[in-house]
Design a protein around this ligand. Structure first.
Ligand code: 76R
Length: 248
């Protein structure tokens, strides 16, 4: 059996994708719509306060295309908190005008392929901060789930540690050449959701997603061992933009 790489886990993640039921949203009275918006506003404020108190992080983006209209990405200390917040949100009148279309449950993960030997990573404040990150407020988000292939001769999980490490080094080098332009949050989901990882990328330039993902396609670890799910791409919604979007 090959040696499993050690992983560090941080906050749990919920990516909650919804479409807006525009016909019901338009149909309700102005009073009900105003009440829904008040409720939504107070949720957004609560989520902001959680970020400020560093007990979690939430960002909201609109999604381009028909797969969804919006995504809430939440990071929290426990699965229970994620569950409570989705249930609380589902009870709002605004949520009655949304249709859940996709969700993804995972946990922020750092693997130790690049770790310095003999150093306790949890003593490194930079690593601890990466496990419990404040989500970036970039203009754009890109999310997709992925697996490492287990098929015939291309089975990631049958490779030895050194071979995997050297491929991950090459992966990391490509990634680092995008430093400052894109921020990745890798969340692990083996045993939690249908794919093995969620990849969430943040950038102020959506074209950077295309360039980075394309370049990585030629790198062995993605070219040979990467299997990918659906891609979701979107634009940041602050409270004001969200309300503008909901104007009818
Ligand atoms: O430098 C480091 O300390 C981290 C090196 C690193 C690891 C271990 C790293 C860097 N990644 C790691 C792990 Mn990544 N990453 C992806 C994708 O579309 C594709 O082809 C793949 C999707 C992108 C775009 C991306 C970007 N990475 C992982 C893992 C876990 C694998 C495992 O454990 O087997 C996955 C699934 C994955 C996928 N990667 C980077 C990036 C970028 C931009 C970087 C540099 C970021 C940085 O240095 O902060």
């Amino acid at each position: 059996m090959s040696e499993a790489v050690q992983t560090l886990e941080g906050w749990y993640a919920l990516h909650d994708f919804r479409t807006i039921n525009w016909s019901s949203w338009k149909y309700v009275s102005d009073e009900e719509r105003a009440r829904s918006l008040d409720e939504l506003r107070s949720f957004l404020e609560e989520w902001k306060a959680i970020g400020e108190s560093k007990t979690g992080s939430t960002v909201v983006y609109s999604i381009v295309g028909q797969k969804a209209d919006i995504v809430f990405m939440h990071l929290r200390e426990t699965l229970e908190e994620l569950n409570e917040l989705e249930t609380a949100f589902n009870k709002t009148t605004f949520a009655q005008h949304t249709i859940p279309v996709y969700s993804y449950v995972s946990v922020v993960e750092l693997s130790s392929y690049m770790a310095k030997p003999g150093v306790d990573p949890m003593q490194d404040p930079e690593i601890v901060a990466r496990l419990k990150p404040q989500l970036p407020q970039t203009k754009h988000i890109c999310f997709y789930p992925m697996n490492k292939r287990r098929s015939g001769n291309d089975n990631w999980y049958m490779l030895g540690m050194e071979e995997r490490r050297s491929m991950m080094r090459s992966h990391g080098m490509i990634g680092r050449s995008y430093a400052g332009r894109v921020k990745q949050i890798i969340t692990g989901s083996v045993g939690l959701d249908d794919w093995e990882w969620g990849v969430t990328l943040f950038s102020d330039d959506a074209l950077t997603f295309k360039k980075l993902v394309y370049e990585m396609r030629f790198d062995e670890v993605s070219a040979r061992y990467g299997d990918f799910g659906d891609f979701y791409v979107g634009n940041r919604l602050d409270a004001e933009k969200f309300e503008n979007m909901l104007q009818v």
